[in-house]
Design a protein around this ligand. Sequence first.
Ligand SMILES: NC(=O)C1=CN([C@@H]2O[C@H](COP(=O)(O)OP(=O)(O)OC[C@H]3O[C@@H](n4cnc5c(N)ncnc54)[C@H](OP(=O)(O)O)[C@@H]3O)[C@@H](O)[C@H]2O)C=CC1
Ligand SMILES: Cc1cn([C@H]2C[C@H](O)[C@@H](COP(=O)(O)OP(=O)(O)O[C@H]3O[C@@H](C)C(=O)[C@@H](O)[C@H]3O)O2)c(=O)[nH]c1=O
Ligand SMILES: [Mg+2]
Length: 298
Amino acid sequence: MALPTILVTGARGQVGFELQRSLAMLGKVMAVGREDCDLADADVIDALLERVRPDIIVNPAAYTAVDKAQSEPALAQAINATAPALLGAWAARHGALLVHYSTDYVFDGAKDGCYTEDDTPNPQSVYGQTKLAGEEAIRGSGCRHLILRTSWVFGAHGGNFLKTVLRLARERDHLSIVADQHGAPTPASLIADVTAQILRQYALIPQGFPFGTYHLVAEGDTTWHGYAQAVLEAAIDRGWQFKLPGHAITPIPTSAYPLPAPRPANSRLSTHKLQAAFNLTLPHWRDGVAQVLTLLHP
Ligand SMILES: NC(=O)C1=CN([C@@H]2O[C@H](COP(=O)(O)OP(=O)(O)OC[C@H]3O[C@@H](n4cnc5c(N)ncnc54)[C@H](OP(=O)(O)O)[C@@H]3O)[C@@H](O)[C@H]2O)C=CC1
Ligand SMILES: Cc1cn([C@H]2C[C@H](O)[C@@H](COP(=O)(O)OP(=O)(O)O[C@H]3O[C@@H](C)C(=O)[C@@H](O)[C@H]3O)O2)c(=O)[nH]c1=O
Ligand SMILES: [Mg+2]
C-alpha cells in the first residue's frame, strides 16, 4: 500500500509541532497552521480537505484559552466543536481516519479515583463544554476515529504552565499556586509519540483496529503546586537561578485564586484502556519535565 497522506492541523501548537516530527516516518505529512486554514471557517476547511484528500486527519488544533473561552463561547464552539464535526463528516464520506484530542476538563472533577473512558462527562467551563461537543460530533459522524483525552500539556515549544512558572519565578520573589487540583502534567512529545505508535499499528493491522476514545496522560499525578515545585527543583539542579527562594511557592486553595473558568478538582485520567489496547507503557510526568528542561535555557 502507498504511504498515507496525513493532514495535521494546529502546526504551531504544542502537540501539532511535535506531531510533525513523530509522524514524519509514517507517510506524507501536510501540516497546516491558522494562516493556512482558519478552522472557524467551514468553507476553508472543506476546500483544504478537497485539495489535500488526506487518508488520515490529525487534529490537535483547538481553542485552548480556558478563561477567555468563557466570554467567547461562539468562537470556542466553532473551533472545538463545529470544525471537528466537519472533519468527521469528510472522514466518514471518504473513509479517512480522524485522530482528535480532548481534555480532562470534560469532567467535573467530583470523582474520587481516576476517570475512565466509561465515566460520564460533565464539563464545568465553556472550553470543556465545547471540547465535549467536538467529541460527540466526531462519534456521531460515523467516521473511523481515535479521540485521545489528555491533560496539563507542556513542552519546550509553545505556551504552557511549566514555562509560566519558570518566568514568574525569575520575575517575582513570591508565588502562590493552587494545591487542591490534581492531575498529570503530560509532555506534548509523549502525546505525539504515542499517536505515531498507534498509527503504526493501524498501518500494519487495520483489521479489527480498536478505534474509539482513550485517555492518554503521563504516569503519576500531582497538583499544580506540586508540579510547579518539581519544575523549579529540576531547573535549580540544571543551574537555573531564580529570584524566588528555593521552596517559596505557597500552596493555596482554588478559592484563593479566582478565575473566570472553573477547573476540575480531580483531573486524574486512567490510562489502562490505552495501555492494554496498544501494548504501551507511559513514562512518569517528572521524566517529561526533566527532558523539556534540557531544551530550555535560563
Ligand atoms: N494545552 C493543554 O494543556 C491541553 C490541551 N488539550 C488538547 O490537546 C490538543 C492540543 O493542545 P495544544 O497543542 O496544547 O494546544 P495549543 O494551544 O498549543 O495549540 C492549539 C493550536 O490551534 C490553533 N488554532 C486555534 N484557533 C485556530 C483556528 N481558528 N484555526 C486554525 N488553527 C487554530 C492555534 O493556532 P495559533 O498558534 O495561531 O493560536 C494553535 O497553534 C487540543 O485539542 C487541546 O484541547 C487537552 C488537555 C490539555
Ligand atoms: C499562573 C498561576 C496559575 N495558578 C493556577 C490556576 C489554575 O488553577 C492552574 C493552572 O493554570 P493555567 O491557567 O495555566 O492552566 P489551564 O489553562 O487551566 O490549563 C488547562 O488548559 C487546558 C487547555 C486543558 O485542556 C487542561 O488540561 C489544562 O492544561 O494553576 C495559580 O494558582 N497560580 C499561578 O501563579
Ligand atoms: Mg491556559
